[in-house]
Write a protein that binds this ligand. Structure first.
Ligand code: ATP
Length: 401
């Protein structure tokens, strides 16, 4: 599927291998609160250790905006990775990332050892794909492996720039797995292929809606974006989220679906309240109304039970499902039922189920359905851009097969 060289196509024995990982994990008071991204990086790291490479890991963490911020140091990641790998990961603390400390740590490495560099975004050039920092990173290694799917939609020094200054740049197992799952689902799906889109705004997902409509058999729309579609059908949506400037676009998509013979499912009922909950998890009074009768003074905050059943049924008959974006304000337990119903339906089917990262991935994991899905992407933004049909610069930069 992916026509790029991978870690299986190279021999790293005795070589210095710079591995761009996605260790951008959530931290609370110095503790990692979700280590999925670390676990997902292990297969590539283990393979390179086993092959006798000198494994130099790097990643960004949060947004230190080009200067050292102790609270965004990768030190806690080195500690946890050491435990997960059962072998020491030496942390090369260095405010310049590739400064004297990092260089000395790499120089002292033996085959099969692992060093983790400091947060690449301590350097302002990183996100600008600056040549000098790319060269510095390249000077540390013989080979580059990119396994950071979460940043694959960005062209930065550590995942794209650096590849211009080495002869060999390949992808890791995680990158390969992400692209294989998403690519197969979208371009070569076992049918019926059902795409479920939610989240707040139509405007954020214009190209995703268009691209998936072309590829899928059934497109399901939930979340805040559904109400601009209902408005496009001439319905009253009250105080619900509405992208006025995208009503025509939604009309176009409805017509396109009809012309192409695709099913486009929209809410038939909704859970409404007087307004958006404040704070978001506040206990609020809700009622269920038909999608044809949303009162002018109410806001729709979740799909209703009839819609949830309709969507769950459609998901159950699918052979491939791709889901991105929650069905309602799932942060509030009273408004999470639609999202839970869809997650449950996906957990129960035998279909290939792919969760496109971000909020939907968090929701599925929080609800305990994580291990019931075929694939949960580690990259929200990257998976969305992939679903839009865009080429990801982080993938494009690797050597072709
Ligand atoms: P993902 O992270 O899975 O890609 P997303 O983050 O792109 O999804 P967003 O567009 O950010 O999705 O939308 C998620 C937000 O949408 C959630 O915070 C949720 O509360 C909100 N939301 C969902 N349904 C509604 C609704 N009916 N009205 C208002 N907000 C909604």
């Amino acid at each position: 599927m992916l026509n790029k060289k991978s870690v299986d196509d190279i021999n790293v024995k005795g070589q210095k291998v710079l591995v761009r990982c996605d260790f951008n994990v959530p931290l609370k008071e110095g503790k990692i609160t979700d280590e999925n991204r670390l676990v997902a990086a292990l297969p590539t790291i283990k393979k390179l250790i086993a092959d006798g490479g000198k494994v130099i890991l790097c990643s960004h963490l949060g947004k230190p905006k080009g200067e050292p911020k102790p609270e965004l140091s990768l030190a806690p990641v080195a500690a946890r990775l050491s435990e997960l790998l059962g072998q020491k990961v030496k942390f090369a603390a260095d405010p310049e990332v590739v400064g004297p400390n990092a260089k000395a740590a790499v120089e002292a490495m033996k085959d099969g050892e692992v060093v983790l560099l400091e947060n690449t975004r301590y350097r302002a050039e990183e996100t600008k794909n600056g040549e000098a920092f790319s060269k510095e990173l390249a000077s540390l290694c013989d080979v580059v492996v990119n396994d950071a799917f979460g940043t694959a939609h960005r062209a930065h020094c550590s995942n794209v720039g650096v590849t211009q200054f080495v002869d060999t740049a390949v992808v890791g197992y995680l990158m390969q797995k992400e692209i294989d799952f998403l690519g197969n689902a979208v371009n070569n799906p076992e049918r019926p292929f059902v795409a479920i889109l939610g989240g707040a705004k139509v405007a954020d997902k214009l190209n995703v809606i268009n691209n998936l409509l072309e590829k899928c058999d059934t497109l399901i729309i939930g979340g805040g974006m559904a109400y601009t579609f209902l408005k496009a059908q001439g319905k009253e949506v009250g105080k619900s989220l509405l992208d006025e400037s995208k009503i025509d676009y939604c009309k176009e998509m409805i017509e396109k679906a009809e012309k192409m013979g695709k099913k486009l499912l929209l809410p038939v009922d909704a859970v409404v309240a007087d307004g958006f909950p404040s704070p978001i998890d506040a206990e609020i009074q809700v009622e269920v109304v038909s999608a044809d009768e949303i009162p002018a003074d109410k806001e729709a905050l979740d799909i209703g039970p009839a819609t949830a059943a309709l969507y769950a049924e459609a998901a159950k008959t699918a052979k491939t499902v791709v889901w991105n974006g929650p069905m309602g304000v799932f942060e509030n337990p009273i408004l999470a039922k639609g999202t839970i119903a869809v997650a449950e339906a996906l957990a129960e089917t035998d279909a290939t189920t792919i969760i496109g990262g971000g909020d939907s991935a968090a929701a599925v994991n929080q609800l305990g359905f994580g291990d019931k899905m075929s694939h949960i992407s580690t990259g929200g933004g990257a998976s969305l851009e992939f679903l839009e049909g865009k080429e990801l610069p982080g993938v494009a930069a690797a050597n072709d097969k």
